[in-house]
Design a binder for this molecule. Sequence first.
Ligand code: FAD
Length: 293
Amino acid sequence: MRPFKLLDPRSLDEACQMLDRYGEDVKLMSGGTAILILLRQRVFSKPYFINLKAVPGLDGIRDEPGTGLRIGALATLRAVETSPIVRQRAPLITETFRLVANVRVRNSGTLGGNLSHGDYRLDPPAPLLVLGAKAVAVSSRGRNTYELKEFFRGLFETALQPDEILTEVVVPDAPPKAGTAYFKYTSLSETDWPCLGVAALVTPSDGGGTCGELRVAVTSVAERPMLLEHLGPLARGKRLTERLLEELGDAAAERVDPIADARGSEWYKKEMVRVFVRRAVREAARRAGLAAG
Ligand SMILES: Cc1cc2nc3c(=O)[nH]c(=O)nc-3n(C[C@H](O)[C@H](O)[C@H](O)COP(=O)(O)OP(=O)(O)OC[C@H]3O[C@@H](n4cnc5c(N)ncnc54)[C@H](O)[C@@H]3O)c2cc1C
């Protein structure tokens, strides 16, 4: 690893000024779990890193009535996973975060680092996408809010500009009576990166018995996590029969363009999308009090 200098800003303003001053020579560091591996492998190097952990007040987790959960970008994945407020307001996030990597990684890795990295093999984007989360970024130019569905642009590419710092993620409350589920499938070992992750949210229609709203997001398959918005209209107002679940799985598999890697070929990942979308929707429907099948 090439030597570098770690800068310790004492405020967000100072961190933004450092980004402006050092430009191409600097990169942000939060938990360092992703970046230190790349540095050790000499994938890249920078003479300066800004240690965001030095900035106070970026790791809070709170519930703001009328807005939803506000999770600071510097909150560790473990802090989010074990937060009683998160468990109460968005159990889908708790369910997902406890499946990320292992406790050691979750203790250091942060939510902001996870999303900003733009890796395609991440779990957290899936539940956050179905919950309609937004990412808030700050720079010396001001504040920007990104819909998470617009945030992931491609492989290791997000909407964040080079001078922006992700400061928090805002998660609106799920619709009333919603059932949610996250299915992570690992094809190598249990604590491995996902081969596939699927999050689903289902609400019962007003009269009950049929599906009101359906939201599904997949991650680790294509070059970026995706909200599959075409699935909702296919299910609205219908009973979630096994036949419809199959149709939803097929429609999801048709839309994704998988990346082949050590965890599966393109064909295999498409088949897994088919299977796991079906399972996630069935489970979310069950939790919403809808008998699927
Ligand atoms: C062994 C191992 C297994 C893993 N398994 C999984 C898994 O199963 N599922 C999963 O989802 N993830 C997995 N991960 C990835 C892990 O979740 C990420 O490494 C972690 O979340 C990154 O957070 P960090 O704070 O350490 O980021 P850092 O390493 O500090 O930064 C990552 C990137 O984000 C940028 N960045 C950091 N913070 C900000 C910010 N606030 N604003 C703007 N840019 C920022 C940095 O410049 C860098 O480019 C695994 C990692 C390891 C090492």
